[in-house]
Design a protein around this ligand. Structure first.
Ligand SMILES: [Zn+2]
Ligand SMILES: [Zn+2]
Length: 381
């Protein structure tokens, strides 16, 4: 361990050749002396008032840090947050001179100038705002660029889970991306990636943007439905990640909009990593070309005893299971079927017989089609 009198000769030797500001000089020795203020140590070691000379290492950057802490302040003025982190970008020539000095005088185990600038910015910013620094998982991350005097801010995304009920026909689940940027986010769409809000996705996104700010809302749906399908009961579960939110807390109550309502909204840690298994109860209106009678329909019950195989155009195939079937004849060429089936089941193709075996058309021996099918319930396992 060194003491103060031991470092004085080295400090003097350095100062003879290179003028250093208090902060840079102090940084070279503060760790070995176990001192926390580089500035005070530098001042003491120099024992002369700072002259008009420029610091060899930082070119007096340390005198200018207040300007950058103000940049941090103004760039975060619209954000509500508790914790933050800081990264800095400085000119490579500063780093080079810092490295050069350290190796020339064999100074080991000291903070780099980048680390010291970061520490100083944190001191200034925390003093001004009383926000807490968190280097592992901050809510807001500043990248302070001292090279071009700018400050970028990134806010950690947040995730909401919930369920939606769709009570009117004619609205798609997903929103078409902004024509200009194909969903990446641009000025035209206000960086949302969507410019219209006329789907389930659009309405929920708009609601969340109002609550949390943010740019892009990225949805994970537990299954999907046709534009003309209703989603009833407790609704369809979804997860949505809101990127770059400006607020992180909000009271989330059930909300009702024109054709969709949202329930069970909750802020959660993250969306599930793996696809969730789920079952749906679907009511399907089926019309037939030939006339049907209730006796014929009985054969539909066999669908619960065999796996349904779905053949994709790619050559792949997969199985789904129907757990339960109910049916009711409505007229000569129309009946209703209610099935409880594994999630991700292609309803229309199953009725038509398009690459699905067994299927309704084959079983009833007449071409069948569906114009409407509604989700009565969706259960996640
Ligand atoms: Zn300096
Ligand atoms: Zn756009």
């Amino acid at each position: 361990m060194s003491n103060y009198s031991q470092v004085i000769p080295i400090a003097n030797k350095i100062l003879k050749n290179y003028f250093l500001c208090d902060q840079c000089l102090g940084r070279l020795f503060s760790k070995q002396l176990h001192l926390s203020s580089n500035k005070l140590l530098g001042k003491k070691l120099k024992n002369i008032p700072d002259s008009k000379n420029k610091c060899y290492v930082c070119k007096n950057l340390f005198y200018n840090l207040d300007y950058f802490s103000k940049l941090m302040l103004s760039s975060s003025s619209n954000y509500v947050f508790k914790t933050y982190g800081v990264g800095v970008i400085i000119k490579p020539s500063i780093v080079d001179r810092d490295d050069f000095l350290r190796s020339k005088y064999k100074l080991k185990g000291i903070d780099s100038i980048k680390t010291d600038i970061t520490k100083e910015l944190i001191k200034l910013f925390s003093k001004k705002t009383h926000k807490e620094v968190d280097s592992i998982d901050p809510e807001i991350t500043f990248t302070v660029n001292l090279k071009d005097e700018s400050c970028e801010l990134r806010s950690k995304s947040l995730t909401v889970s919930g369920r939606y009920v769709k009570s009117k026909r004619g609205y798609p689940q997903k929103q078409k991306s902004c024509d200009n940027c194909s969903g990446k986010g641009c000025r035209i769409c206000n960086f949302h990636g969507i410019s219209k809000f006329e789907s389930v996705e659009g309405v929920i996104s708009k609601f969340l943007f109002k609550k949390f700010g943010g740019t892009i809302a990225k949805f994970t749906w537990i299954g999907g439905e046709d534009k003309f399908s209703l989603v009833l009961g407790t609704g369809r579960p979804f997860f949505v990640k809101v990127k770059n939110p400006s607020k992180r807390k909000s009271v989330l109550l059930d909300e009702k909009f024109d054709f969709v309502s949202v329930h069970h909204l909750k802020l959660i840690h993250e969306s599930p990593k793996k696809p969730l298994n789920f079952n749906s109860t679907v009511e399907i209106q089926i019309s037939t070309v030939s006339q049907i009678d209730s006796k014929n329909l009985k054969i539909l019950k066999t669908l619960t005893t065999t796996p349904i195989i779905i053949y994709e155009k790619s050559g792949k195939c997969y199985e789904k299971k129907i757990f339960d079937i109910k049916y009711r004849k409505k007229s000569k060429n129309l009946f209703t079927m209610i099935i409880n089936v594994e999630g991700g089941f292609p309803i229309k193709r199953f009725v038509l017989g398009d690459g699905v075996l067994p299927n309704v058309s084959d079983l009833l021996n007449t071409p069948c089609s569906t114009h409407e099918f509604d989700f009565l319930d969706i259960r996640v396992e």
